[in-house]
Ligand binder design. Structure first.
Ligand code: ADP
Length: 420
């Protein structure tokens, strides 16, 4: 049995796949778990546990993260990573801060760094302020997120009310000065330390300076340099290479994300695919009968999409009529049921858009473990759930406009699709 070296706890499913993809890109075999596994499960060197704790009450989020930490440390993990979104998705109460505090206490450490920067996806931290592309976080489309609207870009201000320990900062000029100055700065502060990063080279400096910390917190990009650094120090063995499974050719996109990029992706895909638009108000009244019948009538191999994706104005209208939670749950439950129907129809390739939506779909499919495959866009890999079904779980703003078509094209081109 392999002893686990690295264990990550992710606050949602797409965040977990994003991190797993980054690690897989670094050439290590990665197992992604959905929920905390049984004690008896054998573990691998790199483990990523996907939870769904981004917006649940903080005490519940902390309890789940602690259970995940217990499993990882029992399996031998010596480096723990608390993975949250590169847009710092959280509410005024958390859950980024409370979980980080609890993990620090359980790991008996008084210091961790927070590094959400993901330059490849345009997320950069400069002087403690988070940018999405050229915009400050609170001026980006994240200001209208249905569950975690972000109304401030300053990470120190966002984190301070969420934590018990003090919040510090290592600013960009120190990071550009190199590993030794960052280590020196870190030796003078305790608590939660926000570290600036603009380019991948900065992340490399931060990773090198922090590679021995028991707990790192942030987006997935900061994790990418770590396997190579640990390999250099001799703590990692050579990766094992298993052939990937070959799912069937049937395909579907299920989109419950209303993020700006998803809206563009849905629009682009509808130019060539057939589509069914889900409306939470109609779901509340008429249920799922109509959309399930629509799906049953489609050719499994044709390009098709079912989407609740809508403009902020219509999301708001649905939320005002039904409540935020009920509107979200109606959409999530519908897409989860459609995923089950699709698999029953023999569809082997499912692209899901939306972090919360992905959680609902993977739960509905009863998936508890995924093998990480090729990366479609930065941070979004195909994942194989057993031999017959491949799922791509894309959170809101990831990918380019042609993401959905690119995803299916990648599986066909890679020869990773079974003959009919
Ligand atoms: P993202 O990754 O873009 O944040 P999520 O799936 O995490 O997407 O979150 C989007 C939330 O919005 C989900 O709970 C989803 O059910 C909900 N939702 C989707 N479409 C609508 C809509 N038309 N009206 C109201 N809520 C919606």
């Amino acid at each position: 049995m392999t002893t686990t070296f690295f264990g990550a706890i992710a606050d949602d499913f797409t965040g977990a796949t994003d991190l797993a993809a980054m690690l897989a890109r670094a050439g290590v075999p990665v197992t992604l778990r959905i929920g905390v596994p049984d004690k008896a499960e054998a573990s691998t060197a790199f483990e990523v546990i996907a939870l769904k704790i981004r917006t649940i009450p903080s005490d519940e989020a902390v309890a789940e993260a602690r259970a995940a930490l217990r499993w990882l440390t029992q399996k031998g993990a010596r480096r723990i990573f608390w993975k949250y979104c590169s847009t710092f998705d959280s509410t005024a109460r958390g859950n980024i801060g409370p979980v980080a505090d609890a993990l620090m206490s359980d790991l008996r450490t008084d210091q961790t760094v927070h590094c959400p920067a993901f330059p490849e996806n345009g997320r950069r931290v400069f002087m403690g302020n988070l940018f999405v592309g050229e915009q400050l976080l609170h001026e980006s489309p994240m200001k209208d997120h249905p569950l975690t609207p972000m109304r401030d870009a300053n990470l120190m201000r966002l984190l301070t009310p969420q934590v018990q320990r003090q919040v510090g900062h290592v600013a960009f000029p120190t990071v550009r000065a190199g590993v030794a100055p960052v280590r020196d700065a870190l030796s003078r502060v305790q608590g939660h330390i926000i570290v600036d990063s603009i380019e991948d080279a900065d992340l490399h400096v931060v990773a090198e300076a922090c590679q021995d910390m028991p707990l790192l917190c942030g987006g997935s990009a900061i994790a990418q340099p770590l396997p190579a650094l640990w390999r250099e120090t001799g703590v990692m063995s050579a990766p094992v290479d298993d052939p990937l499974p070959t799912p069937g050719p049937g395909r579907i996109v299920l989109s419950g994300s209303c993020s700006a990029m998803t809206r563009a992706q849905v629009g682009a895909y509808l130019k060539t695919a057939v589509g069914y638009r889900l409306d939470p108000l109609e779901l509340a009244q008429g249920g799922l009968k109509e959309v399930r019948a629509w799906l049953a009538a489609q050719d499994p191999n044709a390009d098709k999409i079912v989407f609740a994706t809508a403009e902020p104005k219509s999301v708001l209208a649905a939320q005002e009529a039904l409540g935020v939670a009920r509107a979200g749950a109606l959409v999530e439950d519908a897409l989860a049921q459609l995923a089950r129907d699709a698999v029953a129809q023999g569809i082997g390739q499912i692209v899901v858009a939306g972090g919360e939506t992905s959680g609902a779909v993977t739960r509905a499919l009863d998936v508890d473990r995924l093998r990480i495959g090729p990366e479609i866009a930065p941070g979004v890999p195909w994942c194989f759930a057993g031999n017959d079904v491949a799922v791509a779980l894309k959170s809101g703003n990831f990918g380019t406009e042609t993401f959905f078509a690119d995803a299916f094209e990648m599986l066909s081109a890679g020869g990773a699709v079974a003959a009919q």
